[in-house]
Structures are given as C-alpha cells and as structure tokens.
Design a protein around this ligand. Structure first.
Ligand code: GAP
Length: 514
C-alpha cells in the first residue's frame, strides 16, 4: 500500500468510526472546516489534557488563561498581522488551481533532497557494507550537481522571501520548471500577496460598526494580558502563560485533511524571559517540546527539527518540529524566539507601559518571549497517522487497529457480557458503574465477541473486559489487551488498578522531565 492509499484509508476510517466529519456535510461540506465526532472529541480532549498538564501542572512558573477570540482591532495592527500576515499566491491559468508560491518551491527543493537520497541508496546497494554515505555525498559528481542546483535555488528563495520579492518567487518557479500537478503546464499568473485574516463587523448598525478579526493565533490574547497575569499572579521572570483555543485563517491552499484548516485549535505558551537569555530558553524549550512528542513512543526517527528559512516579522530564531506524516515530514509545532516585538508594539499602540520591574537587575524593561505553538488538529493527525495499522492475523483474518497510546485513547475500556441473559449484562453494568467515575467506558452486547473486539480495536480501546458465567461464581473476568490481543483472567476488584496504571499520563510526564 502506498502512503497515499494509506492516507485515504485513514481519512475514511476517521469518518466511519466517528472521529472526524466534514463540516455541515448535508450541505456538501465547507472547505477545510471539519467537525469532531464522538470518538474524535475524546481524543482531542485527551491531547489537550496532555499538553495543558505538561505545561501548567508540571511547571510552577507557568499559568493558564482563556482569552476571548474577538480582540480590539488595534491588537492586529500592533502585532503586524494587518500589514504582514500574508501568503504569496500563484494561479495556474489552465487548471485554475491556486497554490502558495513558497510551498511550490519548498516542494521542489524537497524533491531534490529525495533525488540525492535515492542516489545514495543506489550506491549503498552497489558498495554494500563498506559504503560511507557522508563521503559519497561529498564526492559523487551527480550528487554534487543536484545539491549545487538545490542550494542555489535555496539562496534565491531566502533572498526573495526576505525582500518580499514576488517577481523573484515567480522567476524561481519558472526557472525550476515547476508544473501544476493538475494541468501539468507552466502557465502561471504573477505572484500576489493575500491576507489570511477573516474579518467581521461588531456593532448593530452599519455606521457604528467596527471591523474586527477572528484571531489568527491565540498568542495575542496572552500578550495583551501580560500585565494582568504578572501582577495578579505576582509572577517573577522567567514565567509562562499557556492557552488553548480556536484560531482562524483564510487558508487559500487548504489541503491534506485536517493538516491545514480554516478553523483550527492552537495550544500556545509564551515564556517571558530576561533580554539576552532568550537563546538559552529557546534551546531549552526545543528540547522539552521534542521530549513531549517522543514520549508518545511512535519512534524518535518520526520527528525532526526544521529551522525556518524566513523568520516571521516578530522572530529572531525559529524552528519547527516536523512529524513524518503519510505525505512526508511536515510541521506540527513551532518554537519561536519572538524578542520583545509583541509586548513592545502593544506598549506603543496602546500607550500603556508594558514592562517588568526586575528586582535582581534593579530596572524595568520589556521582557523577551520564547513561544511554543502547536496545533491540536495537527497533533490529532499525527496520532492517527502513527496509530493506524492494518494487520493480518495468524488465523488469516485481518484487523484494523488504532495503536493510540492508552492515556490518549478515546475509550479506555469496553465491557461486554458474553451473552445477553443469565445476569451477565447486569454484572457488566455493575462493573461499568464503578469504572465510569474514572474512565470513559463503553458497553457492547451486540454480535460475537470477535466482532466486538474488532469494533474496539478500530477505535483504539486499549482494554476489553468480557463477563461470562464464571464471572458470576468467581468474581473474575477476562481482560483482553488491544495491542497483543493477549487475554488474562483477573479479579473484578483488580480492574481499576490494571487499567489505572496503563492509562496514566505519569510515565510520559516522567520522560519529559527526565
Ligand atoms: N503564534 C505562532 C503561530 O501561530 P504558526 O507556525 O503560524 O505560529 C503554529 O502556527 C501551529 O499552529 C502550527 O505549527 C500548526 O500546528 C498550527 N496551525 C497553523 N496553521 C494551521 C492551519 N491552517 N490548520 C491547522 N493547524 C494550523
């Protein structure tokens, strides 16, 4: 199965099993907007809990807020979003499809990297054990030729982005002979800038109405509350403010399911530090955030850092944590050193002093900020991509199983009476009534036990508990483990402990703090 086929299956699975539906589907949906179903919302809530607790509970000096989506319009002038929150767009005149010019070029560069890797893989096969990839990359004429072409384009690309040179971007697209994937032609329009913010009107009459924006990032709600939190919480630098909330972007090229949405959710943390210490904190947060991802156990090789070619208008250093999705390594999280840009600009635009008195230094200043910013939906897609698994079993049957880490699984345990009579449903209900205070629990009495197991595998439930006639006599049940399919006979009284240990976030938090 190709990665593309796998991704299509994953999307279909998300719908079939109540994880994600297209928004307002009965009206044929709305582009790049999605609804989370009964299993999706549980997984999403667990992701948010993993993030929130690892920020707010594990760090004495990080507190949370929940700011409004609507903000004073000046916020977005001060932040630079009105002037500079743009994407460079280009249309293909034959297919009438619209693309982000920067993404087309980035994809072209990624293809060159793939070509180089293929050359190396071929050579490895030829030379066997003795193959030295670093030496081959440094000496192979073919590899050097591809690398030189790629590096030259990269240099032009960075310069064009820095200078906001839209003609330069188009010229790169033409020079690299990039074609539209739909029409296969190079019949491109000029590149134009497009602002990504959605706007609406606040106020009941047209004359008195104010244009306001749906926030494109949650971070500004934190910046404008810096003094409120610092003063009321008597916070001392360095300290952080965390927030989870909706953000909106009028993405033009909205593709790849929930990877790029127009309405999405962010988990952001702004860490306020003394000027001059921001690089140290930036490095620290890079490591902490990478550890948070890796603790999920999908494999360290599934992640990498990618430093930005073009820094956002507010940043002096920025890197992404990328995950290896079925469509390649792509950004899940950004870690940005935002300097004193945001607080400084809000100070300027509001006319209010936004400074911190540092008792150690005996002076007031605008703090610097290191931000960690991750999309809940991208994290969701990361987990689903890594967890989705089609398996052939020893008896020849097939199963689809979601190997979601137990702490994040939407349902923790399904309780099933072997038959719908003889008091077994009643005992199953008693077990549920006890477990449901702590866990999301499902009851299932329909179809054969095998079918019921498959249904739970497909939604990632780590444990199935079967109640049979012996259970009435002995107070024991069968617990079946999702990943190994192993079954054990255990006392009903022990269920709470077995499940509790397996679904706890504690081992993950320990890994992050190690
Ligand atoms: N406050 C900084 C900021 O918003 P960003 O790199 O534009 O930085 C941060 O966004 C994260 O938000 C991304 O790494 C991604 O996970 C998520 N994100 C951004 N745009 C998104 C979109 N259109 N759909 C889904 N997630 C998105």
């Amino acid at each position: 199965m190709t990665q593309e086929e796998l991704f299509k299956k994953l999307i279909a699975h998300c719908k079939e099993y109540g994880f994600i539906f297209p928004s307002s589907e009965i009206y044929d949906g709305l582009g790049a907007v999605y609804d989370y179903g009964q299993n999706g919302v549980e997984l999403k809530n667990n992701i948010k809990r993993y993030w929130w607790d690892s920020m707010v509970k594990l760090h004495e000096n990080i507190v949370g807020i929940d700011a409004a989506i609507f903000m004073h319009p000046k916020t977005w002038e001060a932040s630079g979003h009105v002037a500079a929150f743009n994407d460079p767009l280009i249309d293909n005149k034959d297919s009438k499809k619209r693309y982000r010019a920067d993404v087309l070029i980035e994809e072209w560069m990624a293809k060159q990297d793939e070509k180089i890797q293929k050359e190396c893989d071929k050579a490895r096969k030829r030379f066997g054990e003795a193959f030295d990839e670093a030496q081959y990359r440094a000496t192979s004429p073919r590899v050097l030729e591809i690398a030189a072409k790629r590096d030259a384009v990269h240099a032009r690309f960075v310069e064009a982005l820095d200078k906001n040179d839209l003609e330069g971007l188009k010229q790169i697209i033409l020079d690299c002979e990039i074609v539209c994937p739909i029409s296969g032609t190079r019949n491109w329009t000029d590149v134009r800038q497009f602002n990504l913010m959605f706007s609406t009107q606040m106020g009941s009459t047209a004359e008195g109405a104010n244009t306001i924006y749906l926030r494109p990032e949650t971070a500004q709600g934190i910046f404008v509350n810096f003094l409120n939190v610092q003063k009321t919480g008597r916070m001392k630098l360095p300290f952080g403010i965390a927030q989870i909330g909706k953000a909106f972007r009028n993405e033009i090229v909205a593709r790849q399911f929930i990877f790029r949405m127009r309405e999405f959710e962010q988990m952001e943390m702004q860490f306020f530090v003394q000027p001059g210490t921001e690089m140290q904190w930036w490095n620290e947060w890079k490591n902490t955030r990478m550890a948070w991802h890796r603790a999920l156990g999908f494999g360290d090789n599934m992640y990498r850092f990618h430093d930005h070619d073009k820094l956002a208008h507010y940043a002096n250093a920025a890197t992404d944590i990328e995950f290896n999705f079925p469509f390649g390594f792509k950004e899940v999280e950004g870690i940005h050193s935002r300097t004193d840009f945001d607080l400084g600009r809000h100070q300027e635009y509001s006319g209010k002093k936004i400074q911190y008195f540092d008792p150690e230094r005996g002076e007031s200043y605008v703090p610097y900020v290191v931000e960690t910013s991750i999309g809940v939906d991208r994290m969701f897609l990361q987990i689903m991509s890594a967890a989705y698994c089609e398996e052939k079993l020893e008896n020849g049957e097939e199963r689809v199983v979601l190997r979601i880490p137990a702490c994040l699984a939407p349902t923790k345990v399904a309780v099933m009476p072997l038959v719908k009579k003889d008091g077994l449903p009643e005992l199953a209900r008693q077990i549920i009534d006890d477990l449901k205070f702590d866990y999301t629990v499902a009851y299932d009495e329909k179809d054969s036990i095998g079918k019921r197991y498959r249904r739970q595998d497909a939604v990632g439930t780590p444990f199935c508990v079967t109640v049979d006639h012996d259970s009435l006599e002995t107070g024991t049940v069968t617990i079946r483990f999702r990943d190994t399919m192993e079954q054990q006979r255990v006392a009903i009284a022990d269920l709470e402990k077995i499940i509790g240990e397996a679904v706890s976030f504690r081992p993950l938090y320990k890994k992050i703090k190690a």
